[in-house]
Design a protein around this ligand. Structure first.
Ligand SMILES: Cc1cc2nc3c(=O)[nH]c(=O)nc-3n(C[C@H](O)[C@H](O)[C@H](O)COP(=O)(O)O)c2cc1C
Length: 308
């Protein structure tokens, strides 16, 4: 999540908050497990922004637009500082402002520009209904629904799939055929919107730890897509059906990190997530967490047989 106001105002914020490279939007050759043929998939990059007003959001969206395929408006960050700044989950109570933000960005970047919204469910589902409808009527390209309220924690509270299903139904009963197809003759095209056609797509999020979870959550809620955060951090090959992070994924991640000069702190943190399952003891995990330099991390990976 990038704070739109700072990003749009200060070059320093832009330098520190956003970087990308040609490979992030490159073409990937996927070997699907369930199909017999290889698929070619272009990586889509979406920049998530937090804002409390429409115009800085549109400014930030415009600045970042040459480098990404779309922007996502954060309406779910539950942290107290975010709520006080009137960003993130604060927007769950401001459906009209959310609609205005989407319209303003689309007004600036064109109707076909992909503007999505990530929400949490509300304890009062009528609010969720209003928010979803407002967002879609304003032209939201898709909605990601985290099945917890802003008062609930990912660490201790279960995800409410029935509430996500409710939100997906709200989106369906809007009757809108994706953001592009809101008026007759305004034909939606694959190339422009990058959506999935049909009803405005929803994505379910929360506690997806395996590919089976993703399929089950989709079946339960009717969402077209599934998003995982902690699951993917722990196992980036989750959606390939791998039960644990494969060694090849670690090797490839380290290669990319070196090639693109990922800051050491991020390299370290991501490896800690990925390798947590494989640590033989708590002591080993603690030892790994104390490694401070790229050289010591690489030594550890070499000794453990991840890189040569
Ligand atoms: C390290 C970390 C960083 C996150 N940062 C963001 C963020 O910037 N924007 C956002 O919408 N959600 C963020 N989240 C929340 C996740 O997107 C997701 O909604 C939440 O973790 C529940 O999904 P999960 O059970 O798959 O982890 C973050 C989560 C984690 C663990």
């Amino acid at each position: 999540m990038i704070l739109a106001e700072e990003f749009s105002r200060h070059p320093k914020a832009r330098d520190s908050d956003f970087s990308t490279n040609s490979e992030e939007r490159g073409v990937f050759h996927m070997t699907p497990r369930l199909a017999s043929t290889e698929a070619c998939i272009r990586g889509a990059l979406v920049c998530q922004l937090a804002a409390s007003h429409s115009s800085p959001l549109a400014d930030a969206a415009e600045l970042v637009s040459p480098y990404v395929d779309g922007i996502d408006l954060n309406c779910g960050c539950p942290q107290p500082w975010a709520y006080e700044e009137r960003v993130g989950s604060y927007l769950l109570e401001e459906p009209e402002l959310v609609a205005d933000m989407i319209r303003t960005v689309k007004g600036r970047l064109g109707d076909a520009y992909c503007v999505s919204v990530k929400i949490r469910i509300d304890p009062d589902l009528r609010r969720t209904d209003t928010l979803v409808r407002n967002a879609l009527h304003a032209g939201a390209s898709f909605i990601t629904i985290h099945g917890r309220t802003r008062h609930e924690s990912s660490g201790s509270d279960p995800v409410h799939l029935d509430a996500v299903q409710f939100a997906v139904d709200c989106a369906r009963t809007c009757g809108l055929q994706t953001a592009r197809g809101t008026s007759p003759g305004d034909a939606w095209t694959w190339a422009e919107d990058g959506g999935a056609g049909g009803f405005a797509p929803c994505v379910v999020n929360g506690d997806i730890w395996s590919n089976e979870d993703a399929m089950a959550w989709r079946a339960h809620t009717g969402a077209r897509g599934a998003m995982s955060a902690r699951g993917l951090l722990a196992n980036p090959a989750l959606f390939a059906g791998e039960p644990h992070t494969p060694r090849e994924a670690v090797r490839r991640f380290v290669d990319y990190a070196m090639k693109w000069s990922l800051p050491t702190s991020l390299l370290h943190r991501h490896l800690a997530y990925m390798l947590e399952d494989t640590m033989s003891s708590r002591a080993e995990s603690i030892y790994f967490n104390t490694l401070a330099s790229p050289a010591s991390i690489l030594d550890w990976l070499t000794n453990a047989g991840y890189v040569s």
